[in-house]
Design a protein around this ligand. Structure first.
Ligand SMILES: [Fe+2]
Length: 246
Protein backbone atom coordinates (compact mmCIF):
# COMPACT_ATOMS: atom_id res chain seq x y z
CA UNK A 1 0.00 0.00 0.00
CA UNK A 2 1.16 3.55 -0.52
CA UNK A 3 2.25 5.58 2.44
CA UNK A 4 3.51 9.13 2.10
CA UNK A 5 4.34 9.66 5.73
CA UNK A 6 7.95 9.40 6.83
CA UNK A 7 9.34 6.21 8.29
CA UNK A 8 11.14 6.85 11.55
CA UNK A 9 13.57 4.05 12.20
CA UNK A 10 11.71 0.82 11.36
CA UNK A 11 8.20 2.20 11.78
CA UNK A 12 5.96 4.69 10.04
CA UNK A 13 5.06 7.77 12.07
CA UNK A 14 1.60 7.69 13.63
CA UNK A 15 -1.13 9.32 11.52
CA UNK A 16 -2.64 11.92 13.81
CA UNK A 17 -5.64 12.49 11.56
CA UNK A 18 -6.59 8.82 11.83
CA UNK A 19 -6.15 8.61 15.59
CA UNK A 20 -8.24 10.74 17.95
CA UNK A 21 -6.92 14.07 19.24
CA UNK A 22 -5.77 13.97 22.86
CA UNK A 23 -8.13 16.76 23.96
CA UNK A 24 -11.80 15.76 23.56
CA UNK A 25 -13.81 17.46 26.36
CA UNK A 26 -16.97 15.37 25.81
CA UNK A 27 -14.79 12.49 27.00
CA UNK A 28 -14.30 14.07 30.39
CA UNK A 29 -11.03 12.54 31.59
CA UNK A 30 -9.22 13.63 28.40
CA UNK A 31 -9.26 17.22 29.66
CA UNK A 32 -6.72 16.65 32.43
CA UNK A 33 -4.88 13.87 30.62
CA UNK A 34 -4.12 15.67 27.37
CA UNK A 35 -0.74 17.42 26.88
CA UNK A 36 -0.61 21.13 27.63
CA UNK A 37 2.39 21.83 25.40
CA UNK A 38 3.20 21.23 21.74
CA UNK A 39 4.58 17.83 20.84
CA UNK A 40 8.23 17.24 20.00
CA UNK A 41 9.04 14.77 17.22
CA UNK A 42 11.70 12.18 18.01
CA UNK A 43 13.10 9.43 15.78
CA UNK A 44 12.82 5.86 16.99
CA UNK A 45 15.92 4.52 18.67
CA UNK A 46 17.01 0.97 19.37
CA UNK A 47 14.90 0.84 22.53
CA UNK A 48 11.70 1.34 20.50
CA UNK A 49 12.53 -0.90 17.55
CA UNK A 50 13.42 -3.92 19.67
CA UNK A 51 11.25 -5.79 22.15
CA UNK A 52 10.84 -9.03 24.05
CA UNK A 53 10.21 -12.28 22.16
CA UNK A 54 7.13 -14.21 23.24
CA UNK A 55 6.82 -17.99 22.94
CA UNK A 56 3.82 -20.30 23.13
CA UNK A 57 5.40 -22.09 26.08
CA UNK A 58 4.70 -19.03 28.28
CA UNK A 59 0.95 -19.54 27.91
CA UNK A 60 -1.30 -21.58 30.17
CA UNK A 61 -3.63 -24.17 28.65
CA UNK A 62 -6.78 -22.07 29.17
CA UNK A 63 -5.31 -18.59 28.63
CA UNK A 64 -7.22 -18.27 25.33
CA UNK A 65 -10.52 -19.53 26.78
CA UNK A 66 -12.26 -16.95 28.98
CA UNK A 67 -15.30 -19.24 29.22
CA UNK A 68 -13.25 -21.63 31.34
CA UNK A 69 -10.01 -20.00 32.52
CA UNK A 70 -11.51 -18.79 35.82
CA UNK A 71 -14.39 -21.27 36.06
CA UNK A 72 -14.76 -23.99 38.65
CA UNK A 73 -14.05 -27.49 37.28
CA UNK A 74 -16.97 -28.65 35.13
CA UNK A 75 -18.57 -25.20 35.06
CA UNK A 76 -18.38 -22.29 32.62
CA UNK A 77 -19.03 -18.56 32.40
CA UNK A 78 -22.59 -17.35 31.84
CA UNK A 79 -23.26 -15.56 28.56
CA UNK A 80 -23.37 -15.76 24.79
CA UNK A 81 -20.46 -17.97 23.73
CA UNK A 82 -18.32 -16.41 21.02
CA UNK A 83 -15.04 -16.90 19.19
CA UNK A 84 -12.99 -13.79 18.40
CA UNK A 85 -10.42 -14.32 15.68
CA UNK A 86 -8.40 -12.43 13.09
CA UNK A 87 -4.89 -11.47 12.11
CA UNK A 88 -2.34 -9.01 13.40
CA UNK A 89 -0.82 -7.20 10.40
CA UNK A 90 1.98 -4.71 9.96
CA UNK A 91 1.73 -1.45 8.00
CA UNK A 92 2.40 -3.30 4.75
CA UNK A 93 -0.33 -5.88 5.32
CA UNK A 94 2.01 -8.69 6.35
CA UNK A 95 1.08 -10.97 9.24
CA UNK A 96 2.99 -10.36 12.48
CA UNK A 97 3.98 -13.73 14.01
CA UNK A 98 4.71 -14.07 17.72
CA UNK A 99 2.69 -11.00 18.75
CA UNK A 100 1.36 -11.17 22.31
CA UNK A 101 -2.34 -10.34 22.58
CA UNK A 102 -3.85 -9.68 25.99
CA UNK A 103 -7.57 -8.96 26.34
CA UNK A 104 -9.93 -7.99 29.14
CA UNK A 105 -13.64 -7.37 29.29
CA UNK A 106 -16.77 -7.05 31.42
CA UNK A 107 -18.93 -10.12 32.02
CA UNK A 108 -22.21 -10.83 30.21
CA UNK A 109 -24.02 -8.37 32.48
CA UNK A 110 -21.52 -5.57 31.84
CA UNK A 111 -19.73 -5.92 35.20
CA UNK A 112 -15.97 -5.90 35.79
CA UNK A 113 -14.29 -7.79 38.59
CA UNK A 114 -12.90 -4.58 40.07
CA UNK A 115 -13.02 -3.09 43.57
CA UNK A 116 -14.05 0.34 42.35
CA UNK A 117 -16.76 -0.93 39.99
CA UNK A 118 -19.90 1.14 40.49
CA UNK A 119 -22.38 -0.79 38.35
CA UNK A 120 -24.92 -2.97 40.16
CA UNK A 121 -24.94 -5.84 37.64
CA UNK A 122 -23.83 -9.09 39.34
CA UNK A 123 -20.44 -10.75 39.18
CA UNK A 124 -20.23 -14.19 37.62
CA UNK A 125 -18.17 -16.46 39.93
CA UNK A 126 -17.06 -18.44 36.86
CA UNK A 127 -15.81 -15.46 34.88
CA UNK A 128 -12.50 -13.63 35.45
CA UNK A 129 -12.53 -11.41 32.38
CA UNK A 130 -8.98 -11.61 31.04
CA UNK A 131 -6.86 -13.85 28.84
CA UNK A 132 -4.03 -13.90 26.34
CA UNK A 133 -2.69 -15.60 23.26
CA UNK A 134 0.16 -15.34 20.74
CA UNK A 135 -0.18 -15.05 16.95
CA UNK A 136 0.92 -17.96 14.77
CA UNK A 137 3.38 -17.78 11.84
CA UNK A 138 0.75 -16.00 9.65
CA UNK A 139 -0.15 -13.46 12.34
CA UNK A 140 -3.44 -15.27 13.07
CA UNK A 141 -5.02 -15.49 16.52
CA UNK A 142 -8.25 -16.77 18.07
CA UNK A 143 -9.80 -17.01 21.52
CA UNK A 144 -13.09 -18.04 23.09
CA UNK A 145 -15.09 -15.91 25.46
CA UNK A 146 -18.60 -14.72 26.25
CA UNK A 147 -20.03 -11.57 24.72
CA UNK A 148 -19.56 -8.71 27.23
CA UNK A 149 -22.53 -6.56 28.20
CA UNK A 150 -22.71 -2.76 27.81
CA UNK A 151 -22.25 -0.77 31.00
CA UNK A 152 -22.84 2.77 32.35
CA UNK A 153 -19.91 4.99 33.29
CA UNK A 154 -19.56 8.34 35.02
CA UNK A 155 -18.90 10.79 32.18
CA UNK A 156 -22.03 12.65 31.10
CA UNK A 157 -25.36 12.24 32.96
CA UNK A 158 -26.23 8.96 31.20
CA UNK A 159 -23.36 7.50 29.16
CA UNK A 160 -23.15 3.78 28.37
CA UNK A 161 -20.22 2.00 26.84
CA UNK A 162 -21.10 -0.27 23.92
CA UNK A 163 -20.19 -3.93 24.42
CA UNK A 164 -16.43 -4.09 23.92
CA UNK A 165 -13.26 -6.08 24.51
CA UNK A 166 -10.03 -4.29 25.45
CA UNK A 167 -6.88 -5.41 23.62
CA UNK A 168 -3.20 -4.93 24.25
CA UNK A 169 -1.00 -6.09 21.37
CA UNK A 170 2.76 -6.32 21.59
CA UNK A 171 4.45 -6.73 18.20
CA UNK A 172 8.17 -6.86 17.49
CA UNK A 173 9.17 -3.60 19.16
CA UNK A 174 7.97 -1.19 21.80
CA UNK A 175 6.84 1.16 18.99
CA UNK A 176 4.38 -1.56 17.93
CA UNK A 177 2.60 -1.73 21.28
CA UNK A 178 -1.07 -1.06 20.68
CA UNK A 179 -3.92 -0.68 23.17
CA UNK A 180 -7.36 -0.56 21.64
CA UNK A 181 -10.95 -1.73 21.96
CA UNK A 182 -13.05 -4.01 19.78
CA UNK A 183 -16.79 -3.45 19.31
CA UNK A 184 -19.52 -5.71 17.93
CA UNK A 185 -21.28 -5.28 14.61
CA UNK A 186 -24.82 -3.92 14.93
CA UNK A 187 -24.52 -2.39 18.42
CA UNK A 188 -26.40 0.95 18.41
CA UNK A 189 -24.39 2.18 21.43
CA UNK A 190 -21.20 2.38 19.32
CA UNK A 191 -22.33 5.60 17.65
CA UNK A 192 -23.50 7.20 20.93
CA UNK A 193 -20.28 6.50 22.86
CA UNK A 194 -18.21 9.59 23.84
CA UNK A 195 -14.99 7.55 23.68
CA UNK A 196 -15.77 6.20 20.21
CA UNK A 197 -16.74 9.72 19.12
CA UNK A 198 -13.22 10.99 19.83
CA UNK A 199 -12.18 9.22 16.61
CA UNK A 200 -12.56 11.74 13.76
CA UNK A 201 -12.75 9.28 10.87
CA UNK A 202 -15.79 7.01 10.39
CA UNK A 203 -13.65 4.42 8.58
CA UNK A 204 -11.28 4.35 11.58
CA UNK A 205 -14.27 3.61 13.85
CA UNK A 206 -15.52 0.88 11.53
CA UNK A 207 -12.07 -0.74 11.71
CA UNK A 208 -12.74 -1.29 15.43
CA UNK A 209 -16.06 -3.07 14.83
CA UNK A 210 -15.76 -6.84 14.56
CA UNK A 211 -17.97 -8.44 11.94
CA UNK A 212 -20.23 -11.38 12.74
CA UNK A 213 -18.87 -14.28 10.69
CA UNK A 214 -21.40 -17.09 10.37
CA UNK A 215 -18.89 -19.10 8.28
CA UNK A 216 -16.59 -19.42 11.29
CA UNK A 217 -19.46 -19.99 13.74
CA UNK A 218 -19.59 -23.42 15.37
CA UNK A 219 -23.19 -24.68 15.29
CA UNK A 220 -24.81 -25.21 18.70
CA UNK A 221 -21.67 -23.83 20.37
CA UNK A 222 -20.37 -20.32 19.59
CA UNK A 223 -20.84 -17.46 17.13
CA UNK A 224 -17.70 -15.98 15.58
CA UNK A 225 -16.53 -12.37 15.23
CA UNK A 226 -13.61 -11.36 13.01
CA UNK A 227 -11.25 -8.60 14.12
CA UNK A 228 -8.04 -7.75 12.22
CA UNK A 229 -5.52 -5.42 13.85
CA UNK A 230 -2.91 -3.28 12.05
CA UNK A 231 0.22 -2.22 13.96
CA UNK A 232 1.70 1.20 13.01
CA UNK A 233 1.20 2.80 9.62
CA UNK A 234 -1.40 4.64 7.59
CA UNK A 235 -4.10 2.04 8.18
CA UNK A 236 -3.10 1.11 11.72
CA UNK A 237 -5.86 0.38 14.20
CA UNK A 238 -6.76 3.39 16.33
CA UNK A 239 -4.52 3.84 19.35
CA UNK A 240 -6.55 4.40 22.47
CA UNK A 241 -5.71 7.68 24.15
CA UNK A 242 -6.06 6.39 27.66
CA UNK A 243 -3.75 3.87 29.24
CA UNK A 244 -6.14 2.03 31.52
CA UNK A 245 -9.31 0.29 30.44
CA UNK A 246 -12.73 1.46 31.48
FE1 LIG B 1 -14.21 -1.45 29.32
Amino acid sequence: MSNNRPETGSFFARDREWHPPAFTPWYKTSVLRSPQKAMISLDNTISEITGPVFGHNMLGELDDDLIHNFARPGESAIGQRIIVYGRVLDERGRGVPGALLEFWQANAGGRYRHKKEGYMAPLDPNFGGCGRTITDEDGAYAFRTIKPGPYPWPNGPNDWRPAHIHFSIFGHGFAQRLITQMYFEGDPLIWKCPIVRTIPDKAAIEQLVAALDMEATIPMDARAYKFDIVLRGRRSTMFENRLEGN
